[in-house]
Design a protein. Structure first.
Length: 272
């Protein structure tokens, strides 16, 4: 897909997903967010950049870890996500948190400003992931670190058929490279290409639980990256994709709900 189009699909898709995201995914993504926080080893007083902050599920944990004295700039491509996180930061009276709309491939900062650059589950959506990592390298101070979390290999993510099910009914792939960075050592290689050293990655399996069919369907279609394509479907097509998706996860059924396997990769790397 042409990068400009992919960016638009992401921006407006996540605008649609924003209101459903936390109800869909909050519990399910906790293990990867915990690991991201653990590996980041944030300290009070640090200057941190977060890209692809979404609704702020990890933003406010970062804000707590660097307080007092630290500053967090949280960024996301989606206007809605930025609005939700910005309002939540205001409600919490967090003066040390700024939230800005920004593409992670084009960071609007000078060189060497941050101690840490963190992105949890954003890199799968970026048209040029290498550029997004190069940009993090550029804005980090010498000795600074990046922590990047992504979904793992396609074969280890039981919900992965969502993409072909939707793609079959639209003109182009919704997330053409979703599993690329989580496959083999792709992410580690890209981090080294950006100039990072001491690159470490951890790959781990999880079970993604949804208590009902409705929750599994909401998470797949309304609260995730295919939301833009999905909301344009007519009612008949929506029913068809629900049916196809439930069939694709049937082997993971547990009573009324599902226990779906998933895999994440979390990488940490340092700027020399
Ligand atoms: C799965 S959500 C992750 C949100 C949050 N980090 C979390 O862990 O819950 C993915 C986010 O990536 C953002 N995104 C997609 N493409 C992006 C880009 N090129 N630059 C910055 N953010 C992007 C989306 O708008 C969305 O909010």
């Amino acid at each position: 897909m042409e990068p400009r189009l992919q960016r638009r699909v992401q921006r407006y898709g996540w605008n649609k997903a924003a209101d459903f995201y936390e109800d869909s995914w909050k519990e399910q993504l906790k293990p990867v967010q915990d690991k991201t926080m653990e590996v980041a080893e944030l300290r009070p007083g640090e200057a941190v950049l977060e890209t692809a902050c979404g609704t702020g599920l990890i933003t406010f944990r970062i804000a707590g870890a660097i307080h007092p004295g630290g500053e967090l700039t949280a960024t996301d491509l989606s206007d809605e996500m930025v609005q939700i996180t910005g309002e939540a930061a205001d409600d919490r009276k967090l003066d040390h948190v700024k939230v800005q709309r920004m593409d992670s491939e084009e960071l609007e900062f000078g060189d060497e400003q941050f101690d840490a650059a963190i992105s949890c589950l954003g890199i799968m959506y970026v048209p040029n992931p290498q550029r997004s990592l190069d940009e993090k390298f550029r804005v980090l101070k010498s000795g600074g670190r990046t922590v990047i979390a992504t979904w793992g290999e396609r074969k280890n993510c039981g919900w992965a058929d969502i993409f072909p099910i939707v793609d079959k009914r639209v003109a182009s792939d919704v997330c053409p490279m979703f599993f690329q960075q989580g496959t083999g050592d792709t992410l580690a290689v890209a981090l080294r290409n950006a100039g990072f050293k001491k690159v470490e990655t951890e790959r781990f399996r999880v079970t993604i639980q949804f208590a009902t069919e409705e929750h599994a369907i909401m998470a797949a279609f309304a609260g995730g990256p295919v939301a833009l394509a999905y909301q344009k479907f007519d009612e008949q097509t929506k029913m068809e994709v629900h049916e196809d998706y439930l069939k694709s996860i049937e082997e993971f059924r547990n009573g009324k709900g599902f226990d779906i396997p998933g895999e994440f990769v979390v990488a940490r790397a340092f700027k020399p």
